[in-house]
Design a protein. Structure first.
Length: 499
């Protein structure tokens, strides 16, 4: 891309020029038959905050475009700051045209973007080729065209609009992003018709092919891009040329009142600058790229390359919006992605209008959404399976513990049973021992009783025999009687009687 940095501005040397704050963006050098672009002006546009509104004033020379833009600059936003004594656009109170090429004034708006005022060389000054090229340049870089006319739209104005419309054929889908049109009519106050009839008159002059003046075919084509609902008409009250440099006069009276009314209407109707192909809202950087592409096309004389260049530019803009809205989204964690995906995608779609890019990004976001949903479902199923496995393990452990407890209880029952059987056996044996001992004691007692009876009998026999035989001594007899008495009393006393 060619960039021109050595622009020599000579238009301020014209007699009667008054200004200095505006920058010349584009000029046509009749000697070299080439265009020159001012990098300083491009930088002023490049750094503007978005959204950007671009309002261009076009029309014949010496009709008041520069003065009107000065008034727009002074009155677009209310301010308590004293008005500068130097007007930004060069205004000429004489017969010489002051504006050559394309001039701009950039202005940052408090809180909602920027506005670029564009002052275009008079449509009746150059040859048809220059007018055609300036039309292309103005139409592509502007979001609103304000055409200045005297009493009615003349041939130069129609030619300007026609060339603008011809350029629009390159971008058949750009109707929504093509600049809107306003027509400012300059007439003496006592000759101005009513606003309503003037509106109808302007629409008739521009779009109705019934004039039979050789321009009706142009009107038909103009109407295809600028239908009546896209055309506004404004009355700019007459101002004496000798008062164009008198700020106090300009800031009061009918002229000032008409300007204030037009500013109010323009604020409601001027749209942000959008790309020619798909109507993407532009920032300062993208607007500069379009201007440079247009400059290269004008310089080479090949306007047809613009469609490809603008297509690439819009794709680059989509890439920038991707970096701003989608790339951070892709790098977010799952929760952040799901919380922000719809908003970021909507922001991207609202900025990028290239269908293939939007489709691809939607698929990318949807694919990640589906992937996250699938991973979460898989994770959920995995967690569910792990929980089921854990529950099974827990049940297995519970069963094992229950089995161990049952075994332990069984062993304890068996032990208790064994102890009970042992106790019972011991008690039985003890009882048997007691019974056996009792039996022994009974047998012993019986034996003792039997033995005592036998001894008693035997003793009695001996006593009887001794008494009969009188063989015992008295002492022996007493001993036998004592033993027999003991036996009778139940005592055995370990009685042992030798017979």
């Amino acid at each position: 891309m060619v960039a021109f940095c050595n622009l020599v501005i000579t238009s301020c040397l014209l007699v009667g020029c008054n200004g200095g704050a505006a920058l010349q963006l584009l000029r046509f050098d009749p000697e070299t038959k080439g265009y020159q672009l001012n990098e300083t002006a491009l930088h002023a546009i490049e750094v503007l905050p978005e959204p950007i509104y671009v309002l261009a004033a076009v029309g014949d020379a010496r009709i008041g475009k520069s003065t009107f833009l000065n008034m727009l600059h002074l009155n677009w936003e209310p301010t308590d700051t004293p008005i500068d004594t130097v007007l930004p656009f060069e205004a000429n109170s004489g017969r010489e045209a002051c504006t050559r090429g394309v001039w701009i004034l950039v202005r940052r708006l408090p809180g909602y973007g920027s506005v670029v005022f564009v002052d275009v060389e008079g449509a009746d000054l150059g040859n048809d080729a220059v007018t055609k090229q300036l039309s292309a340049f103005t139409a592509i870089m502007s979001s609103y065209i304000l055409l200045f006319v005297k009493e009615m739209v003349n041939n130069a104005g129609l030619q300007f609009l026609y060339h603008t419309v011809e350029l629009g054929k390159m971008f058949p889908d750009s109707a929504s992003s093509f600049p809107s049109l306003g027509v400012a009519i300059r007439d003496p106050l006592n000759l101005s018709p009513s606003f309503g009839s003037r509106q109808s008159s302007v629409v008739y002059d521009i779009t109705v092919p019934t004039h039979d003046d050789g321009n009706d075919k142009m009107r038909e084509k103009i109407a295809s891009v600028f239908p009546p609902n896209k055309i506004a008409a404004f009355e700019v009250e007459y101002q004496n040329r000798g008062q164009l440099q008198d700020l106090q006069t300009l800031q009061s009276g009918p002229y000032y009142e008409s300007v204030v009314k037009i500013i109010s209407d323009l604020k409601l109707n001027v749209e942000t600058k959008k790309t020619p192909l798909h109507g993407m809202e532009m920032c300062g950087g993208s607007l500069v790229k379009i201007i440079k592409e247009l400059f290269d096309a004008l310089k080479s004389g090949n306007i047809a390359v613009l469609e490809t260049a603008f297509d690439q530019l819009e794709k680059q803009m989509c890439d920038e919006h991707y970096k701003k809205f989608i790339q951070p989204l892709i790098n977010m964690n799952e929760d952040e992605f799901l919380n922000n995906s719809q908003q970021n995608l909507n922001d991207y779609v609202s900025q990028c209008k290239v269908e293939s890019y939007v489709k691809r990004v939607k698929q990318q976001v949807e694919t990640k959404q589906d992937g996250i949903a699938r991973m979460r479902e898989e994770r959920k199923e995995r967690i569910k399976a792990e929980e089921a496995k854990e529950e099974a393990e827990e049940e297995k452990i519970k069963a094992q513990k229950a089995k161990e407890k049952a075994d332990k209880d069984k062993m304890e029952a068996e032990r208790l049973k064994s102890d009970a059987e042992k106790t019972l056996l011991l008690e039985t044996e003890k009882r048997k021992e007691i019974e056996h001992q009792a039996d022994l004691d009974r047998v012993k007692s019986e034996l003792q009783q039997m033995h005592a009876a036998e001894v008693q009998t035997e003793l009695q026999k001996r006593i009887d025999q001794a008494l009969e035989d009188q063989q015992l001594t008295r002492r022996e007899l007493q001993d036998l009687q004592r033993q027999l008495a003991n036996i009778n009393t139940g005592g055995n006393g370990g009685l042992c009687i030798i017979l």
